[in-house]
Design a protein. Structure first.
Length: 256
């Protein structure tokens, strides 16, 4: 037999109020509607401008949290200034030992789309609803056909100063920016390519077995809709020639 209730045992039990239940159902319905509207929008997409170490890490953190990320970099590859360094403070690790695993992780992450050789033209809209117009510069190489075999580099007759190596060494008019580059795709320097200057040479077209060279590529404009934008543009190295201290720029043995 059930034990009879003691006097006052149920005095703390709140009486049922239909209004509270209705409010919960309305709130739940609103949340479901909001989720459905976001599911087909770009509200949760993020654009990270700058593909250096800070932009790479920001993209990985956001992508791992479930956001769709567009990683935009003006150079032919991600990596930024850190990729040009040797040892890094405070552990003396080489920069590539730190960065290259992150390159691969970015490249393989399903939530990250890497847009290299691309610059931001304009941004319109407001927080939560941005339309970004990007300018994709021509590589003169079809990215999804290039395997990075560098046969075209071997046959190219034009030697140019290597911008990645601060012009201290030479490279070809068509080359991969550096050996660990992501994407591992060649690009042609339009200022030094003989064909793009006066149509004198197109040997790279003939030696490419994958038909990846397209010397008629044009600049493209691409519009991307995102909900948020992160700026990680990095820095430019100061040119001490502007000061002229200690004979820098005029005396070969004065370095910095």
């Amino acid at each position: 037999m059930a034990k009879p209730a003691e006097p006052g045992e149920y005095k703390n039990i709140k009486p049922y109020k239909g209004g509270e239940l209705e409010k919960e159902l309305v709130d739940k319905e609103r949340i479901e509607q909001l989720c459905k509207s976001f599911a087909n929008s770009h509200f949760g997409d993020v654009m990270v401008v700058g593909g250096g170490i800070s932009g790479i890490q920001a993209a990985l953190d956001l992508a791992t949290a479930g956001f769709k990320v567009y990683l935009v970099e003006k150079s032919p590859t991600i990596g930024g200034k850190m990729a040009q360094l040797d040892k890094t403070f405070p552990t003396n690790d080489c920069s590539m030992c730190i960065e290259s695993p992150k390159f691969i992780e970015c490249d393989r992450h399903p939530n990250i789309e890497i847009l290299t050789y691309t610059e931001v033209d304009r941004v319109e809209g407001e927080a939560g609803d941005f339309t970004v117009t990007l300018i994709k510069k021509p590589r003169y190489v079809i990215e999804n056909k290039c395997t990075g075999c560098t046969v075209c580099v071997e046959y190219c007759p034009v030697m140019v100063p290597d911008p990645f190596n601060q012009d201290l060494s030479s490279n070809k008019a068509i080359h991969i920016y550096f050996s660990q580059a992501v994407p591992l795709v060649t690009y042609i320097d339009p200022d030094t390519c003989l064909y793009l200057q006066d149509e004198k040479c197109n040997i790279c077209v003939g030696v490419c077995k994958n038909n990846a060279i397209d010397l008629h590529q044009k600049e493209e404009k691409v519009e991307v809709e995102v909900g948020a934008i992160i700026l990680s543009p990095g820095y430019e190295i100061f040119d001490p020639k502007l000061r002229g201290d200690y004979g820098y720029g005029t005396m070969e043995n004065v370095i910095t």
